[in-house]
Design a protein around this ligand. Structure first.
Ligand SMILES: Cc1cc2nc3c(=O)[nH]c(=O)nc-3n(C[C@H](O)[C@H](O)[C@H](O)COP(=O)(O)OP(=O)(O)OC[C@H]3O[C@@H](n4cnc5c(N)ncnc54)[C@H](O)[C@@H]3O)c2cc1C
Length: 424
């Protein structure tokens, strides 16, 4: 479909994480010529918790990705929550919109699987290509390609539209003057891997309280922890915290992690001998912290637009969704006969993402402002956890797994609140 003599592709996608690979897959499946530029080489690591909720699973199903256990996935039944002296197991809900199970896979493997899937749909992947900036039309200022450093030196690639999927660094968008918003939540988290006999645990485990000594007999530390079993002999173990603005926190997360591990339940065997790789951290940009999602030939998907949920730190589902919606807007736009028609179709991307997630993320920002106060969090943990209806509500709200239309009372309350909250 490349028709302009100067173009290298119909669409250039920068970054082959989940958002970029999904965008590349869906564009290629729609018959477009896709150039996917990635600075590293697969398989490559990405600091993450490696956990996928039913919402992410639904996106993988839409992509036709094989997700059977023999394909290297482990399924989980729901969330085990520990806090306030309680230990609850909450099954993923039975809904018509999402499956009732989650998945986990190390990002080393997940991202490789996704990029291979995009390639098999026809996307052209070019690794070891570090994109350095946008190429802009001199008169209109519109993005018409990118510059990059490759093994062979500097290179330029051109296309009528560019998707920035370059993650939290957002180099491409920042280079265009699209700075992150300071009034949006930002998380910070660290993680490592451990060999553990409980590597095939059927639950995603979440620790709402982290103690600096013997649990319940020592001091509470800031942040929340997770243990996500990977089914391959290991588990991903991490902790993080979130604040309502992008201002840097002074928390020493690695030292928190060491204290938490020193007191972690013995049955997991999280000993120094069993640790695989160092404790590494990264930021989690949340609640649409950068935009516009489309303008001047540049579309932002995933972490580059701060699409992580303020409720639970999940970003893969939203990156996959953004890639799908962006690809649809691009395929529609490139099929129009005029530049104005093309721009109108491209611009629907932002509207569709904000209609679906804007109100929900506004609620998420209120949620973060509340849980920032340890005393509020403690009251919620103590009084909320023993109440099944409250916890059903909390699970559906925090995991974004509720029936968008209809459903039970809990579904209707959450979807009603999300619709009432202004998308900003
Ligand atoms: C500690 C931690 C735990 C988390 N746990 C979870 C979890 O359990 N579940 C979940 O859903 N989410 C989790 N997240 C969030 C999740 O990791 C991100 O939301 C997700 O990776 C976003 O995907 P992406 O494709 O937008 O960006 P990325 O996954 O960051 O991919 C960006 C890609 O772009 C490439 N790139 C960057 N710059 C350039 C450039 N200049 N040129 C070319 N290529 C470039 C990178 O190499 C990379 O391949 C966690 C995050 C952190 C930090």
């Amino acid at each position: 479909m490349v028709d302009a003599a100067l173009d290298d592709a119909d669409v250039i996608v920068v970054g082959a994480g989940p958002a970029g690979s999904a965008a590349a897959f869906h564009c290629a499946s729609a018959g477009l010529d896709v150039l996917l530029l990635e600075k590293s080489e697969f398989p490559r690591d990405k600091i993450c918790g490696d956990g996928l909720t039913p919402r992410a699973v639904a996106e993988l199903v839409r992509m036709g990705l094989p997700i059977r256990e023999q394909d290297g996935w482990i399924r989980n039944r729901g969330l085990r929550v520990l806090g306030g002296g309680h230990r609850l197991e909450l099954e993923w809900p039975e809904l018509s919109s999402y499956p009732s199970y989650g998945l986990a896979k190390s990002r080393m493997s997940l991202d490789h699987t996704l990029v291979d899937h995009a390639r098999s749909a026809g996307a052209k992947l070019q690794e070891r290509t570090n994109v350095t900036g946008a190429v802009r039309d001199e008169r209109s200022g519109r993005v018409v390609g990118v510059t990059a450093k490759t093994e062979d030196g500097a290179a330029t690639y051109r296309a009528p539209v560019v998707i920035a999927a370059d993650g939290v660094s957002a180099r491409l968008a920042t280079g265009m003057g699209l700075e992150k918003r300071m009034d949006r939540p930002m998380g910070v988290a660290v993680r490592t891997y451990f060999r553990t006999p409980r590597h095939d645990d059927a639950w995603m485990e979440s620790h709402l309280e982290l103690w600096d000594g013997v649990p319940h007999k020592s001091n509470l530390m800031p942040g929340y922890g997770w243990i996500f079993a990977l089914g391959d002999g290991t588990a991903n173990v991490g902790l993080g915290s979130v604040s309502s603005t992008a201002a840097a926190t002074k928390v020493d997360y690695k030292s928190l992690f060491a204290k938490w591990m020193a007191n972690a339940p013995a049955e997991w065997e999280f000993t120094p001998d069993n640790q695989v790789g160092p404790v590494r951290g990264a930021a989690l940009p949340m609640g649409f912290n950068r935009g516009p999602l489309y303008g001047n030939g540049l579309m932002l998907v995933g972490d580059s637009a701060g699409m992580i949920s303020p409720f639970n730190g999940e970003g893969i589902a939203y990156g996959l969704q953004a890639g799908r919606v962006a690809a649809d807007a691009i395929a529609q736009g490139l099929a129009r006969g005029t530049a104005a028609g093309r721009e109108r179709a491209f611009a629907t991307y932002q509207g569709r993402m904000k209609d679906d997630l804007g109100g929900y993320y506004t609620l998420g920002r209120i949620f973060v402002r509340l849980i920032e106060h340890p005393e509020i969090m403690r009251v919620c943990t103590r009084y909320g956890l023993p109440r099944p209806l409250v916890m059903k509500f909390v699970l559906k709200l925090l995991s974004d797994c509720y029936e968008p239309r209809g459903g039970d009372l809990v579904d209707r309350v959450i979807s009603g609140l999300s619709r009432l909250a202004p998308a900003a």
